[in-house]
Design a binder for this molecule. Structure first.
Ligand code: RAM
Length: 398
């Protein structure tokens, strides 16, 4: 049933994509229906996704003047004056580039000029690299920082410095301690993602046997939260009692390291049945290793359809029967809308607050909810499954 919905949405998306294809990349804010996967925002993807580079999209020290000259209400979100910064996890990761394109396009669609939008990629997926970037943004006097954190607590001091300087801070994709940000833009509930992954391991393994996890960095808040929740699920239900987790390996969201770690898992665990990789970089690397080697080990996890198209399939010649993700472009857009609402004061980021996010959420405002620890978050949607029936179509989108 979901597939039908998606297929309709997708058809619309692709039609919109054709229309948008020859124009500029500012048509972000249209979005999905039933899931965080979407739709017309994705239509702007193909151009936007290619445009992000490992440097600031519009880093400009003269942003303060530009900011002052932009004001007024746009798209129901209120005043868009300000300079909005995004700090992704690292450069060179296509997921992060799509996130950045969503952030940039949403702000442009609201009428922000290039000078008001800053995307600053850290050199690598470490807290130290992000601290350097955050400190530079503080000296530039930006209005907000949206960060996909490489560590749950190592950014605390830098983010406190930012808040003390009057900068609004939110997180997306990967969170920090709640005291150091106003709200977390979460792609999907931690439990929902973990449940989808655990059930995929169960299903693909046939309900018993050995599996391993190939994660991103060992400090990544998001992957660590998903893995902890997977463990909890596995321990709390006898259904999973015959599954054995051999190891959690870390590919650091680097292709070569993820390839090497996959290889090492295959060597160390001859009875391994399934690898679950909750990172787009890890899953793409593992998919290639397994498929090239015609390994009987199967793969699932979180992957970008465009990178996984050739590996998704039901037969022995494909390494990954199915996987999950959400729309990274929409996630970036959500962080843009949250940043605007924090800066113009239409919300504080507290549980119960609402804010407008253009056409995301079918045009309805998002409500800020409490996560398992009681901290505020806004959930983009549900994790979405990609399998042979839909991978080709979605590979065109992101
Ligand atoms: C990688 C990153 C990102 C994560 C996705 C699924 O690209 O680690 O943080 O959300 O995978």
């Amino acid at each position: 049933m979901k597939k039908q919905v998606v297929s309709v949405v997708l058809t619309a998306a692709m039609a919109a994509g054709l229309l948008a294809g020859c124009g500029s990349s500012t048509s972000t804010s249209t979005s999905s229906k039933s899931s965080s996967n979407s739709s017309a925002s994705s239509a702007s993807t193909s151009s936007a996704a290619d445009t992000s580079s490992a440097s600031s999209a519009a880093a400009s020290s003269s942003s303060a003047e530009a900011v002052a000259s932009t004001s007024g209400a746009a798209g129901g979100v209120g005043d868009v004056s300000g300079t909005y910064a995004l700090v992704p996890k690292s450069a060179g990761n296509p997921f992060n580039e799509r996130e950045a394109s969503g952030f940039q396009d949403a702000l442009k669609a609201l009428g922000c000029s290039d000078d008001q939008i800053i995307v600053s990629y850290p050199d690598n997926a470490t807290a130290d690299a992000q601290i350097t970037v955050i400190q530079s943004l503080i000296s530039q006097g930006v209005s907000s920082i949206a960060v996909a954190a490489n560590d749950a607590s190592a950014l605390d001091a830098a983010l406190k410095q930012a808040s003390d300087a009057g900068i609004k801070v939110c997180t997306l994709d990967s969170d920090v301690d709640a005291d150091y940000r106003s709200v977390f833009c979460n792609q999907a509930g931690v439990k929902e993602i973990a449940q989808a992954l655990m059930d995929a391991v169960y299903d693909i393994s046939g309900g018993s046997g050995e599996y391993a996890i190939l994660s991103a960095t060992s400090q990544a808040t998001n992957q660590n939260a998903w893995i902890a929740a997977m463990k909890e699920i596995a321990e709390s239900d006898d259904k999973y009692a015959d599954l054995k987790l051999d190891e959690i390996a870390y590919g650091d969201d680097e292709a070569q390291k993820s390839t090497d770690q996959t290889q090492a898992l295959l060597t160390k665990y001859p009875d391994l049945k399934v690898i679950c990789s909750p990172t787009t970089v890890g899953i793409a690397a593992a998919a290639k290793v397994l498929q090239d080697q015609k390994s009987s080990v199967k793969l699932t996890g979180l992957g970008l359809p465009s990178e996984m198209k050739e590996y998704i399939g039901d037969d022995d010649s494909h390494s990954c029967p199915y996987m999950f993700l959400w729309n990274p472009i929409d996630l970036g857009a959500l962080a843009a809308y949250a940043s605007v609402a924090l800066v113009n004061g239409s919300m504080t980021g507290a549980v119960g607050d609402t804010f407008s996010a253009g056409d995301l959420n079918d045009g309805n405002p998002y409500e800020i909810t409490a996560n398992a620890d009681g901290a505020s978050e806004v959930i983009l949607g549900q994790p979405f499954k990609f399998d042979p029936s839909n991978i080709e179509e979605w590979a065109e989108v992101y």
